[in-house]
Design a protein around this ligand. Structure first.
Ligand SMILES: *[C@@H]1O[C@H](CO)[C@@H](O)[C@H](O)[C@H]1NC(C)=O
Ligand SMILES: *[C@@H]1O[C@H](CO)[C@@H](O)[C@H](O)[C@H]1NC(C)=O
Ligand SMILES: *[C@@H]1O[C@H](CO)[C@@H](O)[C@H](O)[C@H]1NC(C)=O
Ligand SMILES: *[C@@H]1O[C@H](CO)[C@@H](O)[C@H](O)[C@H]1NC(C)=O
Ligand SMILES: *[C@@H]1O[C@H](CO)[C@@H](O)[C@H](O)[C@H]1NC(C)=O
Ligand SMILES: *[C@@H]1O[C@H](CO)[C@@H](O)[C@H](O)[C@H]1NC(C)=O
Ligand SMILES: *[C@@H]1O[C@H](CO)[C@@H](O)[C@H](O)[C@H]1NC(C)=O
Length: 752
């Protein structure tokens, strides 16, 4: 998941070791050292008193069990152990070790019981290393002076240590204040019977996120540790209802339990935690309403409940949460209107209410209050009425998404005042006047993603090159006006969009030729022209797209991650669309399905070595499938079905190891379907509707008299080769058996 990735990244960081320059000693200093070393009779005793011997031994035991990928721990006895790297001692006469701090030190190995013998240890930080194995039993209870323990970002596994209970049954108290075991491989339940947790009366911060813990979240901790202010249970497999108890954590400021399997309602006691600043419970199965009492949590800065099954209205008093910076309630089942009081949440930076059943007009909401708002997603709801042009008063906006609503009207020129706007998705609404929209939006200097599909029905796009100002759309990388039933030709001004990487013009009524100049756009790697009325031949220029010809050029195209996810629906509106979070996950692709293309597929297609998807189905292409397709060694998907292609399927295509889809149904192909590699696993449907195809997965014999006797030289060669290889194998086997029998017999005879 997200965190695991973050984690491996973090592990890649190698902190440069700080080396102190050695100061040259003055001659006076030498004299002083000399006298100390040789004249002072107390020298030896001083040296002995420096580091506690037992502690030194424990440290050496620890270091003996770990190795470092960075540089060895230079812990040796010729130096006072209190001066060892990462070690701090107290001021007592027998100098006990109080702190070990070795984060990001490339340490690998297990944590032995050695550390437990450091009786005065109060700080232990071994985060960002590669330590593994279980935490030794009795580990926590032995360290009763320990206040800060950070073992995060290691590979510790096993269960949360239970610790033995004590004979006299009396409670023991521990000094622990901060416990961070996050980003390890720990599992099992965090149990109430943990003697350590029961005695952790001063615990303020507990982080076990990003492990494999199961069972209920340990709400009971709030009884024994009333000082708790941060609890992080996220990214585990905690399940069931959120158990009672959290209400006792009156000082709680951070509660994170997102990305688990929690179900049931959000317990009402959570709404009493008046110090709460972060409530983070996304990606669970929580149901029920968001209680109106949530408005009591006036300190909240982060409220993230996205991807649950919450229903009911957004509490009317949400505007009381004036400190809110992040409000994410997307992908739930919320209904009703957006409360107008939301305008009082003036600190909002991120507001995401996507995929709910919210309704009503947005024109009443006073967006002008949101001066810090950077990301706004109200997509996939039932909003109606005019496009809320007041939203353009939020001058910090970088990303807006209103897609999938029923908004009408036009986009106002105010949008050009948003200096940071880089992402705008308004697809699937009822907006009108595309000429106006494009004239305005081309003035947005930072705009890199513009998705306006499924609006502007039946309008005509301005086509002439001059429509685009010389500095129009200077940063546009992704442009979609698919599914609008637009009329006219493919607009000529697109040729000026030199940053363009992805274009979707599908499901319109564009006529004329596929413009050759598309091939001149230096960064273009994804083209969808499907479902139009385009005619003529495939222009050769399109097979010269630089970003599709050279992996280096493709790799060099800018591939930022989107501020908000993009939903792509390759050439079929009714197909479930796919979500993309970054440009790099969109496949390099050419879709020109269901047009009126004629002529052949030029051999130049073989130049597009970067291409992953080629779909030309439902045209009237003729001629043969070019052998050069076998140069597309990155190809995963080829669809040439429903054309008028003839000739044989080239055997060379069997070398396309990534190809998992190859549909040539309903053409006039003939001859043997190749066998070997993935061709053996393709379904019959890929080849149907070609009466003269035989063999391969069709399992029909190619030697039937109805088949024209037209084995090409190529294939004969192939078959000859195979016969030759088989002959060779058999020959080898026969001679081996012969050899073995003969010599084995001889040997046995000799040994007699
Ligand atoms: C807990 O904290 C209090 C106040 O700082 C302190 O007096 C007490 O000794 C601590 N208890 C333990 C077990 O460390
Ligand atoms: C818990 O640890 C993770 C890293 O493993 C960190 O990202 C998160 O912010 C921590 N939680 C708290 C509340 O500090
Ligand atoms: C949303 O609510 C409707 C009706 O209340 C229900 O049928 C549907 O299953 C709910 N969806 C989710 C994702 O909870
Ligand atoms: C914002 O808060 C003020 C004062 O608390 C209140 O008078 C006003 O009605 C609120 N605005 C909205 C839109 O609710
Ligand atoms: C489109 O908008 C422009 C500017 O607002 C206006 O002049 C024009 O009449 C509109 N066109 C249509 C078809 O509504
Ligand atoms: C789109 O996909 C759906 C479901 O996969 C299919 O039924 C439909 O025929 C497709 N439409 C077109 C135009 O290909
Ligand atoms: C298919 O192509 C052949 C030539 O290869 C041509 O004679 C025939 O008319 C084409 N069929 C259609 C339906 O266009």
């Amino acid at each position: 998941m997200v965190d695991k990735k973050m984690r491996s990244k973090a592990k890649g960081i190698v902190r440069p070791l700080t080396t102190k320059p050695i100061q040259p000693l003055s001659s006076n200093m030498y004299l002083f050292l000399f006298s100390v070393l040789f004249l002072s009779p107390t020298f030896l005793t001083v040296s002995e008193a420096v580091c506690n011997l037992q502690d030194q031994e424990s440290l050496l035991w620890f270091s003996g069990n770990v190795s470092s990928s960075v540089s060895p721990l230079n812990w040796n006895m010729s130096i006072d152990c209190c001066s060892w790297e990462g070690i701090t001692c107290d001021d007592s006469s027998d100098s006990h070790v109080t702190a070990i701090s070795l984060p990001l030190r490339g340490l690998s190995g297990t944590l032995t019981t050695s550390v437990q013998n450091l009786q005065r240890l109060s700080h232990l930080d071994l985060s960002y290393n590669n330590l593994f194995g279980p935490l030794p039993s009795g580990f926590f209870s032995a360290l009763d002076q320990l206040m800060v323990l950070n073992l995060s970002y290691n590979n510790f596994n096993g269960e949360f240590p239970l610790e033995e209970s004590f004979e006299n049954g009396s409670n023991r108290f521990f000094s622990i204040q901060t416990l961070d075991l996050s980003s390890n491989l720990l599992q099992g339940q965090v149990l109430r019977s943990s003697v350590f947790l029961q005695g952790a009366i001063n615990l303020t911060s507990f982080n076990v996120s990003n492990n494999g813990f199961i069972g209920p979240i340990p709400s009971f901790m709030c009884t024994s540790s009333p000082q708790l202010s941060k609890l992080d249970f996220s990214y585990n497999d905690f399940g069931g209802h959120i158990s009672q108890g959290l209400g006792k954590c009156l000082k709680l400021s951070v509660l994170r339990a997102g990305f688990n399997n929690l179900s049931g309602e959000i317990p009402s006691e959570i709404y009493k935690l008046s110090k709460l600043e972060q409530l983070f419970l996304p990606v669970n199965h929580l149901s029920g309403k968001i209680d109106d009492d949530i408005t009591r949590l006036s300190k909240l800065t982060i409220l993230d409940l996205h991807l649950n099954h919450l229903q009911g209205d957004i509490p009317v008093g949400i505007g009381n949460l004036t400190s809110l910076r992040i409000l994410q309630l997307h992908i739930n089942n919320l209904t009703g209107l957006i409360p107008l009081s939301l305008a009082n949440c003036t600190s909002l930076v991120k507001l995401n209410l996507r995929v709910n059943q919210l309704r009503g007009s947005l024109t009443e909401l006073d967006f002008s209050q949101f001066q810090s708002l950077s990301i706004l997603d109200l997509g996939n709801n039932n909003f109606t009425g005019d496009f809320p042009n007041k939203v353009f008063f939020c001058k910090s906006l970088t990303a807006i998404r209103f897609a999938g609503n029923k908004l009408t009207g036009q986009i106002s020129s105010q949008v050009r005042e948003l200096e940071s706007l880089s992402f705008m998705a308004v697809a699937d609404n009822k907006l009108t006047n595309i000429t106006d929209a494009l004239s305005i939006l081309q003035g947005c200097k930072k705009l890199s993603t513009l998705i306006m599909a499924k609006n502007f029905y039946d309008e005509t796009v301005p086509g002439n090159e001059d429509f685009l100002a010389p500095d129009g759309f200077p940063k546009l990388q992704i442009f979609s006006i698919g599914g609008c039933q637009l009329k006219g030709e493919i607009p000529a001004w697109l040729i000026k969009l030199k940053s363009l990487e992805v274009i979707d013009l599908s499901l319109n009524r564009f006529e004329g030729l596929v413009p050759g100049w598309l091939g001149t756009l230096p960064n273009l790697f994804y083209i969808d022209l499907s479902d139009n009325l385009l005619s003529g031949e495939l222009p050769k220029e399109i097979f010269q797209l630089r970003a599709l010809m050279s992996q280096n050029t493709y790799d060099a195209t800018e591939k930022n991650s989107f501020e908000l996810p993009v939903f792509v629906n390759p050439n079929n509106v009714s197909r479930r669309s796919q979500l993309y979070n970054q440009l790099s996950s969109l496949p390099p692709a050419i879709y020109i399905n269901r047009n009126n293309l004629i002529g052949t597929i030029p051999g130049e297609v073989g130049q597009l070595k970067v291409l992953h998807v080629l779909e030309l189905l439902g045209n009237n292409l003729s001629g043969s499938i070019p052998d050069e397709l076998s140069n597309l060694f990155n190809i995963e998907r080829i669809d040439l079905s429903n054309n008028n292609l003839s000739g044989r399927i080239p055997w060379s295509l069997t070398s396309l190891y990534f190809m998992s889809y190859f549909n040539v149904a309903n053409n006039t192909l003939e001859g043997t379907i190749p066998t070997g590699s993935q061709f053996d696993s393709f379904p019959v449907a890929y080849f149907q509707g070609n009466p003269l195809l035989c063999g391969g997965v069709l399992l029909t014999s190619c030697t039937s008299p109805t088949r024209p006797p037209s084995i090409t030289a190529d294939e004969e060669d192939d078959e000859l080769k195979r016969t030759f290889v088989i002959g060779l194998v058999i020959g080898f086997f026969v001679s081996y058996v012969f050899y073995w029998c003969f010599f084995a017999m001889r040997h046995s005879r000799l040994s007699r």
